[in-house]
Design a protein around this ligand. Structure first.
Ligand code: AMP
Length: 428
């Protein structure tokens, strides 16, 4: 199939050609016609499937026909769980709409609210937002929804994981009842289905990756090592393998900072990216990582969520995540868009429980490599694979009020979902 087969406006086809895409991805093939026909949508699609264009292209086309937007109104609202994802989606909206007379803006916490209020003053056709800041803007009368035609919930599972359910309910209550709803989620847990029930009506259901699958092209392995020797082992691995670009995950902000300092002292240019860093610092770290001026980006899950870093060859789990699904999301940062990737996890005995949960989720035992000189004193036990279906952990909802400062300080850590162009042609 070609983009020209999808009945998209010439202005969109031109913007797509500028991007250099040759043909639509499976999610785009499946979602675009349904959205253009005005249907609600429930899509199981992860970052890397081309889902952003999958909803943005038809959305822009639908909006290009309608009424002029009034002051402080938004005709389409795209909700995302994190600032990084909001910024990326907004960039896609700007790219795809560049030949159309549509206005868009993005709002998220952690930066000044005044410029966002100014940007909303004349109204926007598309508003990309994180939930907490959107509610703040609403409370300050900066945004109204009486003209709202379309709602997109992007990465709905992450929004629930991050405790945004109350904010989402509040937002839904502010929107006109008659609207088109597009729901995107990496997985469809019972909680997501519950949310969907009150949200979408007679939706088109689309799925482009099997639930909880790990990217097939990612070579995964475990390096058993004692906790206190992880930093030295990582340094050795970076040098020995001459890794030029490695994304390292830690569980905490503190550990991210500590490890960054350690790597720097070992001559490896590194930067940390986490919730306590300012938006500017995060943007700079990501840009430096992308342009090669730093070799190691040390991230907590939430900071890495939704980052679009193409062809990342190496991911290291310095610490295993508490939530097994995050392992899948983390390693999905590598082996993207057909490129081969490697994900290694430095695992100490304290992490046996997390390891068991991960292996249960991905339904395989991960191969182990012991590096000479780093064999752990406290051995990580090899237990038989638990073949019972994996049960996801439940997240506690956040309190109903969501100030941006809370979003910054308290949000739990979650990672981005895997890129799945490699095995994304399944439908349900
Ligand atoms: P997403 O899943 O929306 O985060 O998109 C992942 C990446 O795929 C982004 O870098 C997009 O620019 C890219 N992309 C989206 N659609 C296509 C397409 N049809 N062909 C090639 N790349 C695409």
């Amino acid at each position: 199939m070609q983009f020209t087969d999808l009945n998209l406006a010439p202005a969109l086809l031109k913007a797509i050609a500028d991007k250099g895409y040759s043909s639509p991805s499976p999610i785009q093939e499946q979602a675009i016609p349904g959205i253009l026909a005005g249907r609600d949508l429930m899509a199981a699609a992860q970052t890397g499937t081309g889902k952003t264009a999958g909803f943005t292209l038809p959305l822009l086309q639908l909006l290009s026909d309608g009424a002029k937007v009034q002051p402080n109104q938004a005709r389409a609202l795209i909700l995302t769980p994190t600032r990084e994802l909001a910024a990326q989606v907004a960039q896609s909206v700007a790219d795809y709409s560049k030949y159309m007379p549509l206005k868009s803006t993005v709002v998220f916490g952690g930066v000044k609210i005044n410029p966002q209020m100014m940007a909303l003053r004349r109204g926007v056709d598309i508003l990309v937002a994180t939930p907490g800041r959107l509610l703040d803007l609403y409370q300050q009368n900066a945004v109204r929804f009486s003209q709202l035609e379309v709602l997109v919930l992007d990465e709905a599972d992450r929004m629930l994981d991050m405790g945004f359910i109350n904010d989402i309910k509040k937002i839904l209550a502010l929107l006109p009842k008659k609207r088109q709803n597009l729901l995107f989620s990496a997985t469809f847990s019972a909680d997501i289905r519950k949310l969907a029930k009150g949200l979408v009506s007679n939706p088109l259901e689309v799925s482009v990756s099997p639930e909880n699958s790990t990217a097939e092209r990612v070579e995964q392995s475990i390096y058993p090592v004692d906790k206190g020797r992880k930093a030295a082992l990582l340094t050795q691995l970076v040098h020995e393998n001459n890794w030029q670009q490695v994304l390292v995950f830690t569980k905490t902000k503190h550990q991210a900072n500590k490890l960054t300092t350690h790597l720097e002292s070992a001559g490896i240019k590194a930067a940390a990216i986490h919730g306590n860093k300012s938006q500017n610092a995060r943007t700079k770290a990501l840009a430096d990582f992308k342009n090669g001026s730093i070799r190691a980006l040390v991230a907590t899950d939430i900071a890495a969520r939704g980052l679009d870093i193409d062809q990342l060859p190496q991911v290291v789990n310095y610490e295993l995540p508490n939530v097994a699904e995050d392992y899948v999301h983390r390693i999905g940062r590598t082996g993207r868009a057909g490129a081969a990737g490697h994900a290694i996890s430095l695992v100490c005995v304290d992490e046996t429980k997390e390891l068991i949960a991960i292996e249960r989720l991905i339904k395989q035992q991960l191969p182990r490599t012991t590096v000479e000189g780093y064999a752990p004193v406290n051995t990580v036990p090899v237990l038989p694979l638990n073949t019972k279906p994996y049960k996801p952990k439940k997240a506690k909802p956040k309190p109903a009020t969501s100030k941006p400062i809370m979003q910054k300080a308290n949000a739990p850590h979650h990672a981005a979902a895997p890129k799945q162009f490699a095995n994304n042609n399944r439908t349900s």
